[in-house]
Design a protein around this ligand. Structure first.
Ligand SMILES: Cc1ncc(COP(=O)(O)O)c(C=O)c1O
Length: 387
């Protein structure tokens, strides 16, 4: 019998999406899917209202006052590029961390290679966390900003953003948060934590479709646009409009994707982030405790149940992580993510570079049965690895 497909790769993208969400998305797009804010007819205003409603709910989610400063992009990578390239100027210095995803590391590297900026990457401790004092110590006179992920996509550790925000405010540096792994599951509080901008993606814990994301910009920050084009207003001017959201949104937004994101948000608003996170963490602890009994399984930074998202990265001694992933898929129907997870420095630090590791990541629709099947599969692989 073909085993039931078990999806444990929710840190890559959540799958499935909430029941009925994609059907509602298509139904609404079928009747409202005109170009939002571009026409003078009622339907265009209605489409614009749908988009504005999603901006407003995201502004509320991130506790930032101005919905117009929630700009839509195609994903967190796009948002981080817009923020970093739009803020950083020649001779600026940046503080970031060795926890970062390539969506931060590569734009920084690109800007450094062009001779524009310098940066330092801070190390994390054995629980996968950054010490805010290390950030403080790395901030120099010309440090323009600190950019850090809120939750590591490899280790699941939640970073002390509030404390880092206090340091940035005191030292006059901007704070850009990569909330790709936290938006929708862990509170992000821009106003109270002194966050200058939050980059988020729509298709992970926000439960929307791929191709959606955004950048929430605080009222104190002005980002220079790096993309220019049509905004539907001021068409006579050769200059791209400076008013948010147009300032950072060039071209027509992903209307069907934004409707889908609205459906994802509806699930979160109805069920509550805290209870979704609690359920995921119960399953994560069940998985971690089950795997900890296996002799050849090593887990990484997985002890802290409190300060964690539902991500567990492991290796099996004697088995290449890529092979382990293929066995889990082919023999047990379990989808996990193997390799470096686009975060090479994390693997260098935990000693798993260049082969990487096996990442299990839990979503709102996983069940205890899924976890128990994964533990059984890993038990057999563990037995096999020792013979
Ligand atoms: C921490 C982190 N940042 C950024 C990204 C990039 O997200 P996207 O691929 O949606 O742009 C990811 C995706 O895995 C991530 O885990």
């Amino acid at each position: 019998m073909t085993p039931e497909f078990i999806y444990l790769d929710n840190a890559a993208t959540t799958f499935p999406k909430p029941e009925g969400a994609l059907e509602h998305m298509v139904e609404l797009y079928k009747i409202k899917g005109v170009s939002p804010g571009r026409g003078g007819y009622d339907l265009a205003f209605e489409a614009e209202d749908i988009v504005f409603d999603v901006r407003s709910r995201l502004a509320r989610l991130f506790n930032t006052p101005d919905p117009e400063r929630v700009v839509f992009t195609s994903n967190a990578t796009d948002s981080l590029n817009i923020a970093l390239q739009g803020i950083l100027k020649k001779d600026d210095h940046v503080v970031s961390t060795r926890l970062e995803h390539n969506s931060v590391l590569r734009p920084l590297y690109h800007l450094r290679e062009k001779g524009h900026i310098t940066y330092d990457l801070i190390d994390f401790d054995s629980s996968g966390c950054i010490d805010p004092d290390d950030i403080s110590g790395a901030i120099k006179k010309n440090t323009k900003l600190v950019v850090i992920n809120h939750v590591s996509n490899v280790l699941g550790a939640i970073q002390p953003i509030k404390e880092i925000g206090e340091i940035c405010a005191k030292k006059g540096a901007l704070l850009i948060v990569d909330a790709a792994q936290s938006a929708g599951i862990i509170p992000v509080n821009m106003a109270d934590w002194n966050i200058s901008a939050v980059a988020f993606t729509g298709h992970k814990s926000l439960l929307g479709p791929t191709g959606t994301g955004g950048l929430a910009v605080s009222p104190e920050l002005e980002i220079e646009p790096v993309r220019f084009g049509g905004t539907g207003i001021d068409s006579e001017s050769p200059v791209h409009n400076r008013i948010y959201p147009h300032r950072l949104e060039a071209g027509t937004v992903n209307m069907i994707g934004i409707i889908g994101l609205s459906e994802g948000l509806r699930y979160i608003e109805t069920n509550g982030m805290e209870s979704i996170h609690k359920k995921e963490m119960e399953l994560l602890c069940r998985l971690r405790d089950g795997l900890s009994k296996l002799e050849s399984v090593i887990d990484y930074c997985a002890d802290d149940d409190e300060n964690h998202a539902a991500v567990l990265t492991v290796n099996i001694r004697g088995i290449d992580p890529g092979d382990a992933g293929s066995i889990l898929d082919a023999d047990y129907g379990i989808a996990v993510r193997t390799g470096l997870h686009c975060a090479p420095h994390v693997h260098e630090n935990i000693g798993t570079f260049p082969g990487g590791a096996v990442r299990f990541s839990i979503g709102p629709f996983n069940t205890a049965k899924h976890i128990d099947t994964a533990i059984e599969a890993m038990t057999e692989i563990d037995r096999f690895s020792r013979h």
